[in-house]
Design a binder for this molecule. Structure first.
Ligand code: SAM
Length: 246
């Protein structure tokens, strides 16, 4: 099973859930990053109103983050490669009479092109799902190509420092790829050392405007989570990037 099929299956298995239950979960799980986006818009995009903003959510899933921003009046486009995620996202937006543009695309594909340029591009946990260097580079070029010159890219992603705690059922290889056992080993995350992530972003043509550590995570619920030293858990960073002007 490919990673795309895995995501599609997991969104599909949620098809029967009630809309209010799904809405509550989607809104709650993206609230923290939405607040960060609000803070960063005030700091770095103060000359434009939310009502005039074009926002692109990459790897949107059901578009929870985009929904927070649609509520502020922005024009939101959702991109994901899972048709079920996009269909569920469209229904959640419709509950509040929003009509996002919805695009099904693999963001790592070099031929993908999107119809617009955006003031704000957001990524909630997509980047660490992209495994190989060429895929990640291609994705970052897609972001660059569709960001307005004065636009900002806000992302939350996993990083690690030093040694990483790996629970049963996972394996972490020397290329920083996390593998999970689903009957066979599958690559599920690329968790770079924080300094390597900064280097990658620089080489892809971005300036890092704001970079903050936000939390430490486990990959799976773990009974002794509280006893694991936080420095060997994967960390999450929130960051704001701008295009280097060439
Ligand atoms: C970890 S989920 C995050 C979903 C959502 N952004 C959130 O924060 O709840 C990663 C999302 O990225 C999508 N995705 C992963 N790889 C992708 C790719 N190459 N192209 C487009 N979407 C992708 C998955 O379908 C999934 O919806």
């Amino acid at each position: 099973m490919s990673l795309q099929e895995y995501y599609e299956d997991s969104f599909k298995s949620d098809q029967g859930r009630g809309p209010s239950d799904m809405m509550a979960e989607v809104v709650q799980s993206t609230k923290g990053l939405a607040n960060y986006a609000l803070e960063c818009k005030t700091k770095f995009l103060s000359d434009i109103d939310w009502q005039d903003m074009k926002v692109l959510e990459m790897g949107s899933g059901r578009g929870g983050l985009g929904l927070h921003l649609a509520r502020l009046g922005s024009d939101v486009t959702l991109v994901d490669f899972s048709p079920s995620a996009l269909e569920q996202g469209g229904r959640l937006f419709a509950l509040e009479s929003f009509t996002p543009k919805i695009i099904k695309a693999d963001v790592t594909h070099p031929d993908v092109s999107l119809p617009d340029k955006y003031d704000l591009i957001v990524d909630s946990h997509l980047l660490h799902c992209l495994i190989t260097d060429p895929e990640r580079f291609s994705y970052l070029q897609l972001v660059r190509d569709h960001l307005k010159d004065n636009g900002i890219f806000i992302a939350e992603t996993m990083v690690h420092r030093k040694k990483l705690y790996i629970p049963d059922g996972f394996m972490f290889d020397p290329n920083n790829v996390l593998w999970q056992m689903f009957g066979e080993w599958k690559p599920v995350r690329r968790i770079l050392d924080s300094l390597d992530l900064e280097k990658e972003l620089n080489e892809a043509g971005f300036n890092i405007t704001y970079y903050m550590y936000y939390a430490n995570y486990g990959f799976v619920p773990h009974p002794t989570f509280m006893e694991i030293p936080s420095e060997i858990l994967p960390a999450s960073v929130r960051m704001v990037l701008r295009k280097k002007q060439i």
